[in-house]
Design a protein around this ligand. Sequence first.
Ligand code: UDP
Length: 390
Amino acid sequence: MKRVMTIVGARPQFIKAAALSRVLRHDDTIKEVLVHTGQHHDVNMSATFFEELDIPEPAWNLGVHGGRHGDMTARMISALEELMLNDKPDLVLVYGDTNSTLAGALSAVKLHIPVAHVEAGLRSFNRRMPEEINRVLTDHASDILFAPTEAAVNNLKREGLHGRHHVLVGDIMFDVARYYAKRAESHFEQLAKELELHLGKFALVTIHRAENTDDDTRLPAIVRQLMELSGFMPVICPLHPRTRHRMQLLGLLEMAKRHIQFLEPVSYLQMVALERHAALIITDSGGVQKEAYFHQTPCLTLREETEWLELVEHGFNRLVDVHEDSLPELAQQMLGREYDWDIPLYGDGHTAELIRDELVAFFVSGTGTGTPPETGHFSRNMIHSGEKEA
Ligand code: UDP
């Protein structure tokens, strides 16, 4: 049995890990050792996901959270290095673009342990984003690059990584979205009752990117825009702890509460239920932009750029200039459009199996299958096309 050490630490990584962990559990050639760095540690940012998505209990929890980026990453590297020296994994697998991702990749590569990166090749080309630095460095430290989109593959090639083993596997979040969509449905009724929501008649909002929360002009502008929008439709916002803290500091929370319904972070199934039945999603989250499309809800993105260009190109998503645009106007435009949700963008929901197959091949040959899916490999994309209520 080969040992794959998977490093997770933040909410979106638990969600991505749910799909691959389920597949690896049924493989008798690979044993997964799950390590939680501790980056997200509140119950509703961590434990809830393990329970709800049936993710195995991590073998190790390093309990590292808080502090500045360098400090947090350094403490993770120190703990991970020791763990890897003792555990001797055959490969380390990391997801996405958080400090946990970078710490996992750096610790492993220095110990000459092969690194696999899921969500390789994404770029915002904004080097002020901590996530951009994490993903560029992680890609360059990795031996196997699992790219979700063709644009991501092209980014890897442009950076000279085409010689490295890279595979277009689609987006693993789509696997999770497909698997849980039906189950999430049952959560809507309860939420609708509690929050007095009507099907397809509210906007769902998430904000957590540092470029928004830590900017003293952008956060007030966003809150003002959302308050304006609440004059047209109810606005529901599960609030990330960082955003709550910043809004309190800037004295925005009390005023905004009178217009916007703030919730604690919700569970994945609750989030999916809200995403499926919102009229519109407004977010700065990478994962939520894609989920909007998976669940056929138009999306406005509170950022100047996105890694998920194809969503914008096909009109499912639109970037918002929070200082110049008017959210109520953009919302109206998005709601007035027709969408062809059947355009396949992120694979066929079997990304986890493709990753498993590549890992198995890598262990056998040392190079992987060498037969990455060609362009156009992905066929139909939707969860239940046409089944979503208006
Ligand atoms: N999410 C959730 N509860 C919430 C907000 C988000 O379960 O209250 C989920 C969401 O459905 C998506 C993931 O968290 O699957 C996105 O994570 P996040 O926005 O924190 O990170 P990003 O995707 O921007 O890296």
